[in-house]
Design a protein around this ligand. Sequence first.
Ligand code: MRU
Length: 351
Amino acid sequence: MEILNITPVELDVHNNELILLDQTLLPNEEKYIRLKDKESIWDAIYELKVRGAPAIGIAAAFGIYVCVNDSIATDFDSFYREFSEIKSFIASARPTAVNLFWALDRMEKCILHNKEKSINEIKKALLDEAVSIKDEDEKVCKNIGEHALALLKPNMGILTHCNAGTIATSKYGTALAPIYLGQERGYNFKVFADETRPLLQGARLTTWELSKAGVNVTLICDNMASMVMKKGWVNAVFVGCDRVAANGDAANKIGTTGVAILTKHYDIPFYVCAPLSTIDLDTDTGKDIKIEERPGEEIYKAWYTKPMAPQGIKTYNPAFDVTEAELISAIITEKGVLYPPYGKSIREVFE
Ligand code: MRU
């Protein structure tokens, strides 16, 4: 299946470069960019050249490795100081996806764990850690896919919002993982992809990768979700997430909460696919999740040849919303399917 050959985030060890599939150019151009310095890595994350919580984490891990691998520091304190400055800088690119901080924290723990070693040995340990973060993600997503697929039957209709697929992770995606596994096993799912305004991750990315894999996918505008549900075409909704709080509230792409509310009206299960790396036990509830706000121009200028709003119009452009735990039928992790009450099931899965 062609989709599984796409590598959205890669490391060129020989040239010490981070390689990213530039997602801002999709679906019209498949271009890989090579990055070496912290400024271009920050820009790539901020501009969504790499995006999707797990992929951002992998890019940050490879990115910080590439930056410190060039360091000429000869003692641990100077090396660690350099690392810490780069870490804070890259971490400031986007605030909501916890995988960014999770991956950078893992890299920091790796440095501290190896502090008695030579700088070259520490660099090698960092490389191994970054590669593990990517490799583990592939297994995690496959497991999420297996657990999610067990909830589905052949020929079902599935609606998804944003892009939680291959290019948002290292390989299988989270919310799209059961769709890929089902595709391999002849489930014949019919997928509805919300376009996902304003940055069109559903239209540009989800339909691109699913159709490449031969999945039966139909693009709809965000405001058509209710219509396809009313017609009985949707048996389940699967979405990814950027951060799940300890009580099960889940932040995901703006518009997710509206879809969740619709599922209650039409009695459709609403599933959130979440690697454990996206569950943040330090965040008590959704109210504690920082929601990224982005420039209003994304609403009325991006994708249009002329501005589609009067000059000077006031805008509000939150990039994520938080779906309350009570709207979520189950949270699907690599360790199994979690059901309410999430405070308890989340605590138990980490034990
Ligand atoms: O702004 P984005 O495109 O990075 O937002 C991505 C999402 O909201 C995804 O659903 C989420 O990160 C999960 S990706 C497996």
